[in-house]
Design a protein around this ligand. Structure first.
Ligand code: OAD
Length: 251
């Protein structure tokens, strides 16, 4: 990738009044968090069956297996640090982050929690599987084994979205509005293959946004991109965003 492409991407950002970042697992890859689909053999869905570990049916079949798997991921996250990509995004206090990531590395890097929209939930919390509304933060280093909800006696489960489940309504509405009204969507580290989240890229584009994609390889977002920066986000984001203050809400 040439410096010309970087310069063109900078110009797109310069001209945009309202920029929104839409990220996926690749953003956290350089922090040691596995992606789901990748050419890398350690990608989660090439090692594990998502229907057994990330679906309501898988949980009903064997809840302890699901909890143990999420607790293993939580312990990995407990040891992880934000990388240069998270930190570059956190230096943009007015930039709203729509993320498919369930980790808390953007917040750890310094992003305001009010500016991070987690479309697929939050692995740092448990919630009642019977939807009584109970939620509780878990200790990532020592996550609790399978246990009952103290309020209604259902099972507690990670507060994440599983295959076949709806996205959280408030977060989805916020993301939909932002995608419709942004001038530029910065698409970072996502295969753009999981819907409805990936539909935000199409929505933003239909509404006139320029699309900048950062990914180590071509992805389903490539055909939608005005410009693509191929390489790790921990390298591209600091140089793309330096000396710039971006905003998601034009004055
Ligand atoms: P994927 O694992 O599908 O895609 C990760 C993307 O990141 C791939 O396209 C990689 O090429 C790219 N990538 C890897 N390392 C990178 C790096 N250092 N810099 C930039 N890009 C890099 O992850 P998502 O698109 O986030 O859902 O997956 C979407 C959803 O599918 C996830 O939220 C999860 C999963 O099933 C749920 O858990 C509900």
């Amino acid at each position: 990738m040439t410096t010309d492409t970087l310069e063109q991407a900078r110009q797109i950002l310069q001209q945009a009044r309202s920029v929104v970042c839409f990220s996926g697992a690749g953003l956290s890859a350089e922090s040691g968090i596995s992606t789901f689909r990748d050419t890398e053999t350690h990608a989660l869905w090439s090692r594990f069956d998502p229907m057994k570990l990330a679906s309501p049916e898988g949980f009903a079949e064997n809840p302890a297996r699901v909890i143990d798997w999420y607790n293993w991921r939580r312990q990995t996250l407990a040891l992880a640090q934000p990388n240069a990509g998270h930190r570059a995004l956190a230096r943009q206090p007015a930039l709203i982050q729509i993320t498919q990531n369930v980790d808390n590395l953007l917040e750890q890097a310094g992003c305001s929690p009010q500016h991070v929209i987690h479309l697929h939930g939050d692995i740092t919390e448990d919630r009642c599987n019977d939807n009584c509304g109970y939620r509780e933060r878990v200790d990532l280093q020592n996550p609790p084994p399978l246990r009952h909800c103290p309020r209604c006696d259902g099972w507690l489960r990670p507060a994440v979205v599983w295959f076949g489940e709806s996205l959280p309504q408030r977060e989805w509405q916020q993301a939909d509005t932002l995608a419709r009204h942004s001038d530029c969507l910065l698409v970072v580290g996502t295969s753009a293959s999981v819907y409805p989240a990936a539909g935000l890229i199409h929505l933003a584009r239909r509404n006139g946004a320029r699309i900048i994609v950062i990914n180590t390889q071509r992805s389903d977002a490539s055909p939608l991109a005005d410009l693509e920066l191929i390489g790790p986000s921990g390298q591209w984001l600091p140089s793309l965003l330096q000396e710039r203050q971006l905003s998601s809400t034009p004055n």
